[in-house]
Design a binder for this molecule. Structure first.
Ligand code: AMP
Length: 120
């Protein structure tokens, strides 16, 4: 699998500060910010600062430090947003996954009962 990163994607622009975001948490390796079209009371996107297209790209090529830093950011987002009753983490990839933004991101969704995982 070849991963071609487009540095004009909207999350790359957010990372460069060209587009504003509502930051929830930031570290050396990750940024978490509120989704612009929230699907639930909590809807935060966690993204690595490195140029990775998708979860499988990140899991294959990111360094151990980047991967640990990303997961620590996920933990911080769960703590900050207080999703103690549970949440869903979603990583859409490519066409079948209906990924709109080609920079790896994990949706952290919670704050209400979400129902079963897949509807169709
Ligand atoms: P996906 O379909 O997994 O690629 O999801 C992309 C997500 O990015 C969607 O939930 C959008 O609402 C969200 N999104 C798009 N543009 C922005 C933005 N400028 N700030 C925050 N979230 C955004």
């Amino acid at each position: 699998m070849q991963f071609d990163y487009d540095d004009q994607n909207i999350f790359a622009k957010i990372l460069r500060g060209e587009i504003p975001n509502k930051t929830v948490y930031e570290s050396d390796h990750a940024l978490a910010f509120e989704d612009i079209q929230p699907q639930a009371p909590v809807h935060v996107l966690v993204i690595p600062k490195g140029a990775y297209v998708s979860l499988d790209h990140f899991a294959r090529d990111a360094s151990p430090e980047e991967q640990v830093g990303f997961m620590q950011a996920v933990a911080e987002v769960c703590r900050i947003t207080g999703v103690d009753d549970g949440f869903r983490a979603i990583a859409n990839a490519r066409t079948h996954g209906v990924q709109d933004v080609p920079h790896f991101h994990l949706h952290i969704i919670g704050g209400r009962q979400l129902g079963r995982m897949l509807q169709g």
